[in-house]
Design a protein around this ligand. Structure first.
Ligand code: SAH
Length: 346
């Protein structure tokens, strides 16, 4: 899974001493999530040889949990080195959306996020990011051949722009017509705002939707919950977003987790609207998912609605994100932590 089409060809011809067309056969199997043993148009000898030196997909669904409240499904994946990552599959009317992880853990240190509690363990390779999509696809197709992952959000554990090269490689590969062939327009990349990397990313020419985790109306509040705000100012982050909009012609989505007594007052909505005025953007309001280890909590329903209404009144389009999978630890990093902590699930 870690090899591009060209790299696979070199491996097959150079290392395995097989003819080139075998690479095409193997690539076809890999996309479908087959194990080496299932690649039945390869000889038994070749399969045995491959099995000794390679794995098809370095990501294996170890467990899955279906929500009883909606059709959300949560996956716990095992990697070859024993690390665990997680992912969520959400069913929307416009197709299945898979949330994928880009790192084991995270080092950004946001105060409300479970993924970062034990820091970053390591980056995922492009094959491990792609492998999540392939594994999820195989899983859902087994239940219903009509279904497949249609949209991808890079919103699982990890900071995608802190694993830049692997993430960009993943994006190019997932879009490959000979591979999964998922349109980049159906992919969102979420970042806490690594400004220098945002400029690099804007220049890649990939029509991916940028989601920016803003979570505050100003520097003062943002610095209280997001350490990255000490490295880059609010103004710098917004300027980088404007550059992304210019370069790609796409609107930016601002994620704003509403936290009780911190950033959810209507005066914060007013301030946010002033900062975003004139930008081609949309605000996604997320009532905070309580993380047991953190003292922060979501405001009440009325506060959330008042915040959204005030933004709309100030001509900033805003929606409240529908909560899904709340019974299966749907929020970032929650499931992995629960399993590592040895607690029972569901
Ligand atoms: N590192 C990237 C992507 C991963 S998180 C980023 O920071 O954007 C995806 C989104 O979930 C981010 O907007 C993140 O801030 C948000 N998030 C994390 N923990 C949350 C929680 N407990 N409640 C609500 N949103 C949360």
């Amino acid at each position: 899974m870690g090899l591009t089409g060209e790299e696979l060809e070199r491996f097959v011809v150079g290392d395995l001493k097989q003819s080139r067309f075998r690479a095409g056969q193997i690539a076809g199997w890999l996309v479908r999530g087959a194990e080496i043993g299932e690649m039945t148009n390869l000889s038994a000898a070749l399969r045995a040889q491959l099995n000794e030196i390679a794995v098809a997909n370095p990501v294996r669904i170890m467990d899955s949990f279906k929500s009883k409240l909606d059709e959300t499904e949560k996956f716990l994946y095992a990697l070859e080195d024993g690390n665990l990552i997680e992912g969520v599959l959400m069913r929307y009317h416009h197709g299945d959306t898979l949330c994928v992880s880009t790192q084991v853990g995270c080092r950004m240190g946001c105060a409300f996020c479970a993924s970062t509690l034990e820091g970053k363990v390591r980056n995922l390779t492009s094959g491990e990011i792609l492998g999540q999509v392939v594994a999820a696809n195989r899983h859902i197709r087994a239940a219903d051949p009509e279904r497949r992952v249609h949209n991808i959000v890079l919103m699982g554990s990890g900071e995608p722009l802190d694993n830049y090269d692997n993430v960009v490689k993943f994006l190019r590969r997932v879009n490959d017509p000979k591979g999964l062939n998922i349109s980049l327009r159906n992919i969102s990349l979420s970042t806490c705002g690594l400004v220098r990397r945002m400029y690099d990313f804007a220049k890649e020419g990939l029509p991916v939707t940028l989601s920016l985790s803003l979570h505050a109306p100003n520097d003062e509040i943002r610095r209280r919950i997001m350490p990255v705000a000490n490295a880059y100012s609010y103004e710098e982050v917004l300027t980088a977003c404007k550059y992304y909009i210019e370069q790609t012609g796409r609107r930016v989505i601002f994620e704003y987790a509403l936290i009780k007594d911190l950033n959810s007052d209507v005066r914060h909505a007013e301030e946010l609207a002033r900062r975003l005025r004139g930008m081609r953007c949309h605000v996604n309001l997320i009532p905070l998912n309580d993380v047991k280890e953190r003292k922060l909590e979501a405001p009440d329903r009325r506060t959330v609605e008042a915040f959204q209404k005030r933004l709309e009144l100030k001509h900033i389009s805003a929606t409240v994100r529908r909560e899904m999978g709340t019974d299966i630890e749907g929020a970032c990093g929650q499931l992995r932590r629960k399993v590592l902590g040895g607690q029972d699930i569901g």
